[in-house]
Design a binder for this molecule. Structure first.
Ligand SMILES: CC(C)(COP(=O)(O)OP(=O)(O)OC[C@H]1O[C@@H](n2cnc3c(N)ncnc32)[C@H](O)[C@@H]1OP(=O)(O)O)[C@@H](O)C(=O)NCCC(=O)NCCS
Length: 168
């Protein structure tokens, strides 16, 4: 897409991103993005922000030391919190963010990881990850970072995730 630019997240993005999401009724506080920038300064995370002709369109982050134990133990960096504002969707913004994130990860690891929710809210992401070559990591369903046991009763919310990996 012409006019699309991706660059590292910076402090001044926090208010811009929070107000863009507030505009669509999503409760994403500026404090989250300020935390990401602090983690970036400590080398724990890298944030990437996408702008279309100067307007904020979406972002993702790469966690270099994920909380999900199998990734942490294997040293698999995890793509986290990918979001594109609805009016910029289906124009290749997430594709570009993912391309850039995978390039960053490839410099340090031969595998990239991501966790995806299982409800239809994440349907576009599920399809995108599959098309990009991400496959389940073999640990089955995970709820609040813990492996789900057979027969366990669960609430299908954002904490119910399937983790995927892709060789780079
Ligand atoms: C998932 C998301 C980031 C995709 O952003 P996007 O900029 O629209 O994605 P792109 O235009 O780069 O499309 C990439 C691929 O996503 C899939 N996709 C995008 N929109 C889709 C839709 N409405 N339905 C089904 N698949 C879709 C397609 O596979 C597409 O590739 P294709 O065009 O070659 O078929 C966006 O829909 C979003 O922010 N969703 C809500 C948050 C979310 O689910 N985040 C992921 C958390 S794991």
């Amino acid at each position: 897409m012409s006019g699309l630019r991706v660059r590292p997240l910076c402090e001044s993005d926090a208010e811009v991103i929070a107000s863009a999401f507030a505009g669509i009724g999503w409760d994403k506080l500026a404090s989250r993005y300020r935390r990401y920038v602090r983690e970036q300064e400590r080398g724990e995370r890298t944030g990437l922000a996408a702008f279309v002709r100067g307007e904020f369109a979406g972002y993702l982050t790469v966690s270099w030391r994920p909380a999900y134990r199998p990734f942490r133990l294997e040293g698999v960096p995890e793509i986290q919190d990918l979001n594109v504002l609805p009016r910029f969707r289906k124009r290749g913004v997430a594709t570009r963010l993912m391309d850039d994130a995978e390039a960053l990860i490839a410099a340090r690891s031969s595998v990239a990881g991501v966790g995806v929710g299982l409800t239809a809210d994440y349907g576009a992401a599920q399809r995108m990850y599959a098309k990009r070559g991400y496959v389940p990591d073999g640990n089955g369903l995970v709820a609040s970072l813990e492996q789900v046991r057979y027969g366990q009763r669960l609430v299908a919310d954002d904490d119910l995730v399937l983790y995927l990996t892709k060789p780079l």
